[in-house]
Write a protein of this length. Structure first.
Length: 253
């Protein structure tokens, strides 16, 4: 009985030691870091490799330092000229400070996801639709810089932002097409008006060239309106031959 009791005691002791070592030993991969808390207080960051913890007294939070690809779902964006579009994007970021990413924010993944959505709407809302479609590289840079400046306090580095799709509602496409057709027609009508005006001016110039007196009368016609204003005296000098003003009038001498 004594031998069996001793065997049971050693077996329990061995199990206890194995459990103790299992809770004390941690192995971190090359891309992982451990944020250590001793009695609830931050006491350091360790890893990669083998680390030892004091069971019960010390706890650790494992942090992945690799680049994370975050899919930003479609966001309703109102452009600068009140055109509604749906925009989706991809966000590439990584943790550069394991301590801050654990202590400064509850969940850096959720916080970065929410921030990327609001930033996407805010930045794109400052631009017109043509800029969204033509200048994606510039918009990507603007969004990346804005996000990076705000996530720095969390120990997060936003490496890149890529706008994937910009979708315009079918009704909005039809409205834009109608507006474009109206603008095209307005330009055509304006061009036709300019052409007709130029033609009339050409005809008037030809008539005046044939009749010098007509040119002089046209020159004097504004005086009729100016003379109606009695608030000032206007001197309107012009060298001309009065006989040339009236067709058929002859000079004396």
């Amino acid at each position: 009985m004594t031998i069996l009791a001793d065997f049971g005691f050693y077996a329990v002791l061995a199990i206890f030691l194995i459990a103790f070592l299992a809770s004390a030993i941690r192995i971190l991969r090359e891309y992982e870091r451990a944020v250590i808390f001793t009695l609830g207080r931050y006491t350091g960051t360790k890893g990669p490799g083998l680390i030892l913890l004091i069971p019960v007294i010390q706890k650790m939070v494992r942090v992945d330092m690799r680049t994370i690809v975050l899919d930003v779902p479609k966001q309703d964006v109102i452009s600068k000229v009140n055109v509604s579009v749906n925009v989706s994007a991809a966000l590439y970021f990584r943790v550069i400070d394991a301590e801050r990413s654990t202590i400064q924010v509850e969940s850096f993944m959720d916080a970065t996801r929410e921030l990327s959505q609001t930033t996407l709407r805010a930045v794109l809302g400052k631009h017109e639709l043509d800029e969204m479609l033509a200048d994606r590289d510039k918009l990507n840079d603007d969004i990346q810089k804005t996000l990076d400046s705000q996530t720095e306090a969390w120990g997060i580095k936003v490496a890149n932002v890529e706008i994937k799709h910009i979708d315009i509602a079918e009704s909005m496409i039809r409205a834009i097409a109608r507006q474009g057709e109206r603008e095209r027609r307005a330009k055509v009508i304006n061009a036709e008006g300019e052409q007709q005006a130029a033609q009339k001016l050409l005809e008037a110039a030809e008539i005046m060239a044939k009749e010098p007196g007509a040119m002089q009368l046209r020159y004097l016609s504004p005086l009729n309106f100016i003379a109606g204003d009695k608030s000032s005296t206007i001197v309107f000098p012009f060298p001309m031959d009065p006989a040339s003003m009236v067709p058929g009038m002859k000079k004396d001498g």
